[in-house]
Design a protein around this ligand. Structure first.
Ligand SMILES: Nc1ncnc2c1ncn2[C@@H]1O[C@H](COP(=O)(O)OP(=O)(O)OP(=O)(O)O)[C@@H](O)[C@H]1O
Ligand SMILES: [Mg+2]
Length: 445
């Protein structure tokens, strides 16, 4: 039997007056795989422990299959927890580790058949007679999974079960957990601070920040329609580019979003979304551009809805199948507090360059740009005369993803096309203005 788990306005404080979980409401359907995602300390484990009954709920309600269950004993919830540190008994073999909870639950029964069936499912039959110290990290985690599965729980509660493992094994076990929980059809609440893990595993992802639920939705919808700048920045690699912008909407001219030394001119007629920006006239906003919203190409190749700006190459990150190019565009990055992993900053490079020299060097080098996306360099934007950041500021305000066949070097000045249809705009509080929710009706916001 699998469980529906509902939290209604659930709060928890360890110190008086400070809620580490703040009025959280979440409905998890039977058989659903829900991921709780957020930075360290945002309350993920606390939520999981409240669902398990290991932590008291201060306020609000926990409903299991619609029944009020705040005070239900952990054992009566029939849920299985899997932790990051595996938590196996060191003095027991894998067989006994897996069988132990079964012996406790049904003392008269021999758990052997269930242990064997579970071991077959996980492919760990030949590990059953070994002790935890004789197992690798991945094998230990499989045994820990086995212990959870053998109990036929009503729900799996997994707290960063893979974070002690190396990247390759993590990917492998991630796929296994996904396949297994779906095969078993058991409701799963999975805690992680790793957005890639959340996106690849979850039917839905619930993003927490400081104990407060920011958004819950399918991976697709939280990526495409982040409710606020925190969610936008937390989800997606490379991190979304967030720039400080200023909306200008003169009555007799084109509406623009100024990005420091350059601006985006919004195509006419204005879309419904962009019309919403009128009320922001004269105000600071945060512009969000995912790396796929910008491409390196000459203005002559612009498609409808693309706007030209210029970038100065600061740093090129080769990743094999793709390249991440860090540009200076003369704009100021917007800072989002609470993000656990700040965007990696490329090493600070030499003194600022004289734009004239850069252009000369570029002309000389244009032939070095090999086939692939065409990059012509005859259209430096007028505003691009000095894109380098002021002394002391870290360079690189815009990261663009491109194919490895394009040869870019530090100091080159390159035309960029911004796809305005993929432009995010957030207000000063970080709430999304564009795109408006009604824009993408197929998404489940
Ligand atoms: N027993 C406790 N007593 C006091 N404070 C606690 C206790 N347990 C957790 N906290 C605090 O509550 C907050 C949320 O903790 P929690 O363990 O739920 O975070 P988390 O999101 O799981 O973080 P991590 O990703 O680091 O595991 C943190 O600020 C933590 O310091
Ligand atoms: Mg935790």
């Amino acid at each position: 039997m699998t469980r529906a788990i509902s939290l209604h306005q659930v709060s928890k404080s360890y110190t008086r007056g400070f809620r580490v979980v703040d009025r959280l409401s979440l409905d998890i359907e039977p058989g659903e795989f829900l991921v709780l995602l957020g930075p360290s300390g945002c309350g993920k484990s606390t939520v999981l422990r409240m669902i398990a009954g290991l932590e008291e709920i201060d306020e609000g309600e926990l409903l299991l299959d619609g029944e009020w269950s705040n005070d239900l004993l952990p054992a009566d919830r029939h849920m299985a927890m899997v932790f990051q540190n595996f938590a196996l008994y060191p003095s027991m073999t894998s067989r006994d580790n897996i069988g132990f909870p079964l012996r406790i639950e049904s003392p008269g029964e021999n758990p052997r058949a269930r242990v064997d069936a579970t071991a077959r499912m996980l492919g760990i039959e030949d590990l059953l007679d070994r002790f935890p110290a004789q197992l690798s990290g991945g094998e230990r985690q499989r045994v820990a999974m086995g212990r959870a599965i053998a109990r036929h729980p009503t729900a799996f509660l997994m707290d960063e079960p893979l974070s002690n493992l190396d990247a390759k094994l993590r990917n492998h076990l991630r796929a296994e957990i996904s396949a297994l929980t779906r095969k078993l059809g058991v409701t799963t609440v999975y805690v992680t601070h790793d957005q890639a893990e959340a996106m690849s595993l979850g039917d839905r992802v619930a993003v927490l920040r400081g104990g407060v639920l920011q958004q819950v939705g399918t991976p697709r919808s939280v990526y495409a329609l982040p409710r606020n700048v925190f969610v936008a920045a937390f989800i997606g690699t490379p991190r979304i580019n967030l720039l400080r912008g200023l909306v200008r909407a003169p009555l007799d001219g084109a509406m623009t979003v100024s990005l420091g030394k350059q601006y985006l001119r919004l195509p006419e007629p204005l879309s419904l979304d962009h019309q919403l920006l009128r009320v922001q006239q004269g105000r600071e906003v945060i512009v969000g551009l995912r790396s796929e919203a910008v491409r390196i190409a000459s203005p002559a190749t612009a498609r409808p809805g693309e706007v030209h700006i210029t970038g100065l190459v600061e740093h090129v990150e080769f990743q094999g199948h793709e390249v991440l190019v860090h540009f200076n565009t003369g704009s100021q990055p917007a800072v989002v507090p609470d993000l656990e992993a700040p965007r990696p900053v490329p090493p600070v490079r030499r003194r600022r360059r004289d734009a004239g020299t850069v252009l000369e060097r570029l002309r000389g080098r244009a032939g070095a740009l090999r086939a692939g996306p065409v990059v012509t360099l005859e259209h430096p934007a007028d505003a691009a005369a000095d894109l380098a950041p002021p002394e002391g500021r870290l360079p690189g305000d815009l990261i663009v993803r491109t194919t490895p066949d394009i040869d870019l070097r530090h100091g080159m000045q390159v035309p960029l096309l911004v796809d305005i249809a993929h432009l995010f705009v957030f207000d000063q509080h970080g709430d999304r203005i564009c795109p408006a929710p009604a824009r993408l009706p197929d998404l489940d916001e």
